[in-house]
Design a protein around this ligand. Structure first.
Ligand code: ADP
Length: 488
């Protein structure tokens, strides 16, 4: 089949390396570059937050001569257009003093939103759709991410930019817990017809729901794993949006995120004391010994080295870990390393565990990327009993580093980890979130480690062999874009 390059505009509120509060930023940083490597003409647009502009300035940011004027609710905003090239992809920053020149991204602190977020992201969404005119560059596809850009598919479909009659839209949900449900009078900021403020379109229980706008109006909707695409159609996972996702399931699909396979490569990882790869596993042993040393763990080689690198919150099932591990530690079957921070009570329980088992449990509170690499490289088993997990990255890092993941069968974990019981698995999985199920899968994992080292090694190798790179993932998005584009 002939392969025509597409012009693709990614619009999002975050992109690595300019601004990041979560996994969205990693996707928007990596996917455009992988699409570009396939030959597509790709651009990215993000808001010109104070911090993003400062970061871009160091990478050669230049400013366009003119500004764009964007109206919202009868007020005109002037948007400056900054451009910086990152990995060969032009990234545009829409600057606006009164909206984005602030210290925070979504609010003055992580738990507080700015009062004018509806205006900020309505203006950004309109600006993203005006950008093609400014650049003289007409995209075949606008790919919008999360609630901040949910208005883009709606505005596009309703003809906000008359010069984009053939441009199609893709909308990706990275986490359905965040929906941008705002005051109904914010409808006037959108410029869309009040008639659309009804439950089939923009209204959700009396509020304007920006995520819903994206789902309803986009040509295609994706989430970050196939299983999560199913889960968000269920009340347990959808935070009230299940009827909407179910109603639009005909255009909904899941594509698992890739990983940065340069930064997370055991054969060439600057944070490790020794490198290793599929055919040369000796370095992993060195990593394991040095890790025990670094964290003051007893060098008991019989004990399985078990680790957690995570936000320490209930969503990640950290409570199950704190509750379950003690008998196995007492029996000398495992040692536990935890890296992360979060919920105070969970931290307290982990500290107690460490106090009761010095030399067998080590908890490191805080964020530490080099240590995360050393832990994932040096341990045998990685725990991730998440209650929900749209995609998850650390289980993929673990697979690549020959560390068997033990995960709950949910979201992206279900798409990437297959239980060894199947005969050709790469880790361990369990279903119901309760102590009994978690404890028994942990027992089973330790049993395999102790008694069937060859099976363990075979599972490690299957995990290390798989390709989790963005190059691979970009092909799936490419197929999706081709499906909806008029130009084939
Ligand atoms: P989530 O986005 O829900 O936190 P993911 O598994 O998708 O979970 O991504 C977590 C990312 O954050 C991974 O890159 C992981 O290595 C990193 N991470 C989490 N906690 C820490 C920590 N304490 N120190 C270093 N890296 C961390």
């Amino acid at each position: 089949m002939a392969h025509h390059a597409l012009r693709i505009l990614h619009a999002a509120s975050e992109a690595v390396p300019l601004v990041k509060t979560g996994g969205l930023a990693d996707v928007v940083g990596a996917l455009p570059q992988a699409l570009k490597a396939m030959g597509h003409d790709v651009r990215v647009v993000i808001p010109g937050y104070r911090k993003a502009i400062a970061a871009a300035a160091k990478l050669g940011l230049t400013w366009g001569e003119h500004t764009m004027t964007i109206e919202a609710g009868g007020v005109d905003h002037r948007l400056g257009v900054g451009t910086v090239e990152i990995g060969g992809v032009p990234v545009h920053l829409l600057a606006c003093n009164e909206l984005f020149d602030r210290d925070g991204i979504y609010g003055p602190s992580p738990s507080n939103d700015y009062d004018d977020n509806a205006r900020r992201f309505a203006v950004f969404s309109k600006g993203a759709l005006a950008l093609p005119g400014y650049l003289g560059w007409t995209p075949h596809v606008v790919h919008a991410h999360d609630w901040q850009t949910g208005l883009i598919p709606a505005l596009l479909e309703r003809g906000f930019n008359q010069a984009l009659p053939a441009t199609r839209s893709v909308f990706t949900i990275h986490n359905i817990a965040y929906q941008g449900a705002v005051w109904h009078f914010d409808m006037k900021l959108t410029g869309l017809d009040w008639a659309l403020f009804n439950p089939l379109h923009l209204e959700h229980y009396g509020r304007l729901n920006l995520l819903k706008a994206g789902v309803v109006f986009a040509d295609r909707v994706t989430t970050v794993s196939r299983t999560y695409a199913q889960e968000i159609q269920l009340a347990e996972y959808a935070f009230g949006l299940e009827a909407v996702t179910r109603g639009h399931s005909y255009k909904l699909s899941g594509i698992v995120n890739g990983i940065d396979s340069d930064a997370w490569n055991p054969a060439n990882d600057k944070h490790l004391p020794a490198s290793f790869e599929l055919k040369k596993l000796a370095g992993k042993k060195t990593c394991r010994e040095r890790l025990r040393d670094e964290l003051g763990l007893v060098p008991d080689k019989r004990a399985c080295l078990v680790s957690v690198v995570s936000r320490l919150v209930e969503q990640k099932g950290i409570d199950l870990i704190a509750e379950a591990v003690e008998p196995y530690i007492l029996a000398g079957r495992m040692q536990l390393i935890v890296l992360g921070s979060g919920d105070v009570q969970l931290e307290h329980r982990l500290s107690q565990l460490q106090a009761r088992h010095p030399g067998w449990v080590h908890v490191w509170y805080g964020y530490n990327d080099p240590l995360a690499h050393r832990i994932i490289a040096g341990s045998d088993l990685f725990l991730m009993p998440s209650r929900t997990e749209p995609c998850g990255l650390t289980q993929l890092y673990s697979l690549r580093y020959g560390t068997l993941p033990l995960v709950r069968h949910t979201g992206g974990l279900a798409d990437t980890v297959v239980d060894v019981a199947s005969g050709d698995g790469n880790g361990f999985t369990f279903g119901p979130v309760d102590l009994g199920h978690f404890s028994s899968v942990l027992d089973r994992a330790l049993g395999l480690y102790e008694h069937f080292p060859n099976d363990w090694k075979a599972a490690m190798k299957r995990g290390m062999k798989a390709d989790w790179s963005w190059t691979h993932v970009a092909k799936e998005y490419d197929a999706l874009y081709r499906d909806i584009c008029v130009v084939q």
